[in-house]
Ligand binder design. Structure first.
Ligand SMILES: *Cc1c(COP(=O)(O)O)cnc(C)c1O
Length: 389
């Protein structure tokens, strides 16, 4: 049998949709002006930029002038969190976040801690849901920001964002959320969910890498952390990545149009995978919440097995998967997210993340279900942990 080439790592990055590539190409070869230039080339670029801004805004129920384009999700998180922290440092130095944030948020918070800010890392339940009561109790007079992700990139849990937004609003504290993984999979509504700042990136929703957005509610003030020509309201100076932004806009437009249908499709694949794996492999478990999770995320652990070996063996068999998140997979520490669920070290080491896209098929899931039990069995044969059990 020819080795398949199946991509189940869509939380790490996604295929750029052919329609997106097509929309981008003219902005490299024909409409390549600088959006700040006065001439026709510049005007064309500027027009494309503003049309794309409206499409990104529409995906999250924001106004176009509440969107700035950035160089990706990490950059948006930094601009938002440091921007609020530095702007309000005379008011207070306390920031609340969760213990399962993406490194783009977590490491930004750690950096601020080194500068004298004080952080509270709110705990999550064993299913990975942020404890909103603990969150509210941790609010202080000098709290200047709450930042909690919209949904988790490793275990896919969807956070009670609306409730957190209400708590933040009641206390008059700005609320930032990293919605990179939610975009295109579940509904995001910055108004209904009381969100003041929101991070997006194009490459997780079938757009190009290296372009993202930050939603900033009207009236929210940030101190710039990037200085230069004053692009994007002075918050992200640098000549705009017009082609990238056009691709991002197109990706948002497609995501918004087919949101429900795509989510249903991915949810079917997810359920097929979860039910199949748990039924066919003994001592296999699902990490995260059974239902309050992204439609495209399944995250398993298998007693006695290292996630890394599993990922490598699956790759040999033609399946791209991951252990934990792509960003932490080159470290040997167990995932901070799985540890926050209360798992033991050896349990947290044995995780496998399988994340689907609208391009995956049931046949691919079935092939995976035929392949995985054999690989788990092989690895367990040579596992001291499994044999000593
Ligand atoms: C991928 C990811 C990011 C980082 O986005 P980049 O565009 O790669 O910088 C941030 N947050 C979450 C939750 C992510 O999954």
């Amino acid at each position: 049998m020819v080795k398949p080439r199946i991509y189940f790592d869509n939380s790490a990055t996604t295929m750029v949709a052919p329609e997106v590539v097509e929309a981008m190409l003219p902005y490299y070869t024909q409409y390549y002006g600088n959006a700040s230039s006065l001439h026709t080339f510049g005007q064309e670029a500027k027009k494309a930029l503003e049309e794309s801004r409206a499409k990104v805004a529409a995906l999250i129920n924001a106004q176009p002038d509440e969107i700035i384009f950035t160089g990706g999700g990490t950059e948006s998180d930094n601009i938002a969190i440091k921007g609020i922290a530095y702007r309000n440092r005379t008011k207070g130095k306390h920031i609340i976040t969760s213990s399962i944030e993406h490194p783009a948020v977590l490491e930004t918070c750690r950096a601020l801690e080194k500068e004298g800010f004080e952080l509270t890392y709110v705990r999550v339940s064993s299913e990975g849901i942020v404890d909103t009561q603990e969150l509210e109790r941790s609010i202080r007079k000098d709290t200047i920001l709450i930042t909690v992700m919209h949904s988790n990139n490793e275990i896919g849990t969807i956070q009670p964002v609306e409730e957190i937004g209400e708590i933040a609003a009641r206390h008059g504290i700005p609320f930032h959320t990293d919605a990179v993984q939610s975009a295109g999979k579940i509904k995001i509504d910055v108004k209904a969910q009381h969100i003041d700042l929101l991070t997006l990136t194009a490459h997780k929703i079938h757009g190009p890498k290296g372009v993202g957005a930050l939603y900033i509610r009207k009236g929210i003030q940030l101190q710039p952390i990037i200085h230069g020509g004053g692009h994007e309201k002075g918050l992200r100076s640098s000549t705009e990545n017009v082609a990238g932004v056009v691709g991002f806009g197109k990706a948002c437009e497609i995501a918004a149009t087919n949101l429900e249908a795509n989510a249903d499709h991915m949810r079917k694949l997810r359920e097929r995978a979860i039910e199949g794996v748990l039924a066919s492999i003994e001592a296999s478990y699902l990490n995260g919440h059974r239902t309050q999770r992204l439609p495209n995320n399944a995250n398993f652990r298998f007693t006695g097995i290292e996630g890394e070996s599993l990922v490598l063996m699956l790759d040999e068999a033609g399946f791209a998967t991951s252990t934990g998140s792509a960003c932490s997979s080159h470290k040997l520490q167990p995932s901070h997210v799985l540890m926050a669920l209360g798992l033991r070290h050896e349990e947290a080491h044995g995780s496998l993340r399988v994340t689907f896209s609208r391009y995956n098929t049931e046949a691919e899931v079935d092939l995976f279900l035929q392949t995985l039990p054999g690989i788990v069995g092989e690895l367990r044969k040579i596992s001291p942990l499994w044999n000593r059990r």
